[in-house]
Design a protein around this ligand. Structure first.
Ligand code: ZN
Length: 111
């Protein structure tokens, strides 16, 4: 599980590679994949240095791979409570997008 994602982490500099709070570089092995779908991954990363937790949505589409993340107070288990056991669907992606937008603490990782 998550092998493809870990490759994305190391191969793609536009993805989330550093903690947005303290800027320490993440070890991809610290990322926990909460949900994995055909074109989207929901990932939870906790910074080992400042303990900030990031909820990230990584999307692969025709234009490449992009990611967005938000600093969250939730634990990864809390996040899972809000999700079903089903694989990520388009609706889920839209839902998370809306959640991220609503939180207004959206962090863009695009250059
Ligand atoms: Zn940090």
């Amino acid at each position: 599980m998550g092998e493809k994602l870990f490759n994305l982490f190391s191969d793609n500099p536009t993805l989330i590679t550093h903690c947005p709070v303290c800027n320490v570089r993440y070890n991809p092995l610290e990322a926990r994949v909460l949900e994995e779908g055909e074109s989207a991954h929901l990932v939870y990363i906790k910074c080992r240095q400042c303990q900030s937790a990031i909820l990230a949505l990584i999307i692969a589409n025709n234009s490449g791979i992009s990611s967005m993340g938000l600093i969250t107070d939730l634990s990864s288990d809390d996040v899972l409570k809000f999700k079903s056991d089903n694989a990520i669907s388009c609706d889920d992606v839209i839902e998370v997008h809306q959640l991220l937008n609503k939180e207004k603490v959206l962090i863009e990782y695009f250059d």
